[in-house]
Design a protein around this ligand. Structure first.
Ligand SMILES: NC(=O)c1ccc[n+]([C@@H]2O[C@H](COP(=O)([O-])OP(=O)(O)OC[C@H]3O[C@@H](n4cnc5c(N)ncnc54)[C@H](OP(=O)(O)O)[C@@H]3O)[C@@H](O)[C@H]2O)c1
Length: 271
């Protein structure tokens, strides 16, 4: 009898060409570091080039990184990133759309300009990123090799989260986008995954402009021991390391102490 498989298979990600948006911080940075450690060549995208460079320099092999300052709100930036990737490492076979922002407030106090920015980054950015690299993924899948598109969503897309109505709606849209793309691309061999984390210890939320909600976010972080972004990165590597015929499609990843059905209301200003 052969021994049971261990997952992900050793060297499963060796030599793959990955793109990670939001790689200057938090979950994206952790994912980029983990992918390099697993043997991938990785393009790190985000707006802050200095932060991207610091993350790249801290990876296991900076020679297998490419830093591209790019705003996911700008399709031309992404087109330039595609060209730079092709010049350096060739077509992408693993794309992690991880760029995102969080804003919240009691709905009546919400700032529409902040909503629009969040929609444009968290949903629009994922759409632009996915479309920019779609042909690379489809071409890879045609050869029978693994081709992966990971959308980083959020628990908030699945549960009620007072004070974060617009963020929740956007994240629900991301989950549904993953299902729709999976239906379209699964039959063509591309695995589309959505990873929906709960509270994770990153910079997310640092730009919340509503005082009560910013206080509530801090209280929420105190009440729930957040996950380490490396632990979310692990789930991406696990999904990508499975055999090409298996799609770990939807991953809800929670801190053990976070009860998704009891989001905190304290300090959000929501009555
Ligand atoms: N942390 C959590 O508790 C949590 C929970 C659920 C879901 N998530 C999701 O995880 C994703 C990553 O967030 P995080 O927690 O890692 O937060 P983070 O530490 O604040 O990282 C956000 C990343 O997104 C990038 N970004 C923001 N706007 C961008 C733009 N217009 N163009 C390109 N990059 C942009 C930032 O880079 P630059 O500023 O350099 O551009 C940064 O690298 C988000 O989609 C978030 O919704 C996080």
């Amino acid at each position: 009898m052969s021994p049971p498989p261990s997952w992900p298979a050793r060297n499963a990600l060796d030599g793959r060409v990955a793109v990670v948006t939001g790689a200057s911080s938090g979950i994206g940075a952790a994912t980029a570091r983990s992918l390099v450690a697993a043997g991938c060549c990785v393009a790190l995208l985000g707006r802050r080039g200095d932060r991207l460079q610091a993350v790249a320099d801290g990876t296991a092999d900076p020679d297998r990184t490419l830093v591209v300052a790019a705003d996911v709100s700008d399709g031309l930036d992404l087109a330039d990133a595609l060209d730079a990737l092709h010049d350096r490492f060739g077509p992408a076979d693993l794309v992690v759309a991880g760029a995102g922002v969080l804003t919240g407030a009691p709905f009546e106090d919400g700032v529409p300009a902040e909503w629009i920015e969040m929609i444009d980054v968290n949903l629009g950015g994922i759409l632009r990123t996915a479309q920019t690299f779609a042909r690379d993924l489809l071409a890879t899948a045609e050869t029978g090799r693994a081709a992966d598109l990971f959308l980083i969503g959020a628990l908030a897309g699945q549960v009620r989260f007072p004070g974060y109505a617009v963020y929740s709606a956007v994240e629900a849209a991301v989950a549904q986008l993953a299902r729709a793309l999976r239906a379209e691309y699964g039959r063509r061999g591309v695995r589309v995954h959505v990873v929906a984390p709960g509270l994770t210890d990153t910079d997310l939320g640092s730009e919340i402009s509503h005082d009560g909600t910013a206080r509530g976010w801090a209280e929420h972080r105190d009440a729930v021991v957040p996950m380490d972004p490396d632990d979310v990165a692990r789930t991406v590597l696990f999904g990508a390391g499975l055999p090409p015929g298996v799609n770990l499609a939807e991953l809800l990843v929670l801190p053990t102490r976070q009860d998704p059905h009891l989001p905190t209301r304290r300090g959000t200003g929501v009555r």
